[in-house]
Each structure stands twice: as structure tokens, then as C-alpha cells.
Ligand binder design. Structure first.
Ligand SMILES: N[C@@H](CCC(=O)N[C@@H](CS)C(=O)NCC(=O)O)C(=O)O
Length: 216
């Protein structure tokens, strides 16, 4: 492990923070965790103190060399540029495009529709029942995973090729979240196989929500 020069504002159950934890572990970068509870006292991420760190009021934030970096895709790209070894992106441009395509399918088309504030808005402001909120969540997960199931390597251990890539870093937290929301994942055998393999890799296992210091 390299010395802890980074600070990660995280919440154990946040899938966006989970992505960054995996990448930091994979690249053997040590970091200090600052837990930001998304539910306690109406959400610590909405308090003035945290808004001073990230005016958007979302986790994660990675502090490094005096800079507060927001948005997990930007943070992952930053880590890849600053600490390229071991890489999370393939050597060929076309392969990188494929990996980023799968990653963005999750980061842009699935996760934003299913995060806490969206579900809270559906529930509180739009008066949706728990059943309605769950149905929304399951709908967007199914649409995304159905496509991803076709894109990932149908026999390999990972999403793309013979090495762990950023696509794997995005998949595991989203899959975890889908399980937590009791989505039917039986139609995605490739995703199931890949997630099972990845969860045995220490970088992924040590980033899992239940082993975080702030886990409940
Ligand atoms: N696109 C952002 C999304 C960040 C995000 O939505 N974080 C969630 C936790 S996974 C959060 O802070 N939610 C607080 C809320 O929804 O109120 C990223 O990838 O960093």
C-alpha cells in the first residue's frame, strides 16, 4: 500500500462510493475514509459542512493534493491517469471505448434513475407507494442489465477480455444494489458469473458495503 494521502467521503451503501473504493483498493492506494451518513439527521450530505466540500451534496468526494474531486466517473478517470498501474482500461482505444461504453451504461443510464434522491422524490413529492417506487427501480435495472448481459464476455471471468477493467468496477456495486432492492436477476447469468468471480478478488471484497467501518 502507498501512504494514505487521500481522503474519501463515503457512505457504506453508496454504489458510487463503492466504485471508488474498489479502484483505490485495486491500485493499492491507501486512503482515509470520512463517513457521510445519507439518512441520519435528514442526511449529513445536505448539511452546510458537507456542502462546503461538495456543493452538489453527493458522495463520493475524493480529496487529493488539496483538490476535492467529485463524480465517481471523473474520479475513476483521474485515478487511472495518475496511477495507471495496474490499469483499469485496456491498451487499445477501441477496447477502451467498449469498456467505457459498458461503464457509462451503468453510470449514466441506470444509477442516476435509481439513486436515493430520485426514489425519495417519487415517494415524497410525487406520492408514489412503496410498490410504485420498487416498480420504477426494477424497471430501470432490468432495462440496463438486459443490454449489459448481451455485451459482456459470454464465457470470460470479467466484463471485457482477460483482465479486470473499469466496467467491472461499475458492475459490482450496481448488482449489489439491485440485489438489495430484490430485483429479479435470474435472466442475467453472465452478470451473475462475473460478479461472483469479482467478489472473490480482494480489491472488490474489501470495498463491499458490509465490511466498511460505517456499515450498519
Ligand atoms: N453521478 C454521481 C452520483 C453520486 C450519487 O448519486 N451519490 C449518491 C449515493 S450513491 C448520493 O450521494 N445520494 C444522496 C441523495 O440522493 O440524496 C457519481 O457517480 O458520483
Amino acid at each position: 500500500m502507498k501512504p494514505a494521502t487521500m481522503k474519501l467521503y463515503t457512505f457504506f451503501r453508496s454504489s458510487a462510493a463503492y466504485r471508488v473504493r474498489i479502484a483505490l483498493n485495486y491500485k493499492a492506494l491507501s486512503y482515509e475514509s470520512v463517513a457521510v451518513h445519507l439518512r441520519r439527521n435528514g442526511g449529513e450530505h445536505k448539511k452546510e459542512e458537507y456542502l462546503a466540500v461538495n456543493p452538489q451534496g453527493l458522495v463520493p468526494v475524493l480529496e487529493h493534493e488539496g483538490q476535492a474531486l467529485i463524480q465517481s466517473p471523473a474520479i475513476l478517470e483521474y485515478l487511472e491517469e495518475k496511477f495507471p498501474d495496474p490499469p483499469l482500461l485496456p491498451a487499445e482505444a477501441v477496447d477502451r471505448a467498449h469498456v467505457r461504453g459498458m461503464s457509462m451504461l451503468i453510470a449514466c443510464e441506470m444509477h442516476p434513475l435509481c439513486n436515493l434522491r430520485v426514489l425519495q422524490y417519487l415517494r415524497s413529492d410525487l406520492g408514489q407507494s412503496e410498490e410504485g417506487v420498487n416498480s420504477w427501480y426494477h424497471h430501470w435495472i432490468a432495462l440496463g442489465f438486459k443490454a449489459l448481459e448481451e455485451m459482456v464476455d459470454s464465457s470470460g471471468p470479467y466484463c471485457f477480455g482477460k483482465k479486470i477493467t473499469m466496467a467491472d468496477v461499475y458492475l459490482v456495486p450496481q448488482y449489489y444494489n439491485a440485489q438489495r432492492f430484490k430485483c429479479d436477476l435470474s435472466n442475467y447469468p453472465n452478470l451473475k458469473r462475473i460478479v461472483k468471480t469479482l467478489n472473490q478478488v480482494s480489491a472488490f471484497a474489501e470495498a463491499a458495503p458490509e465490511v466498511q467501518a460505517d456499515a450498519e
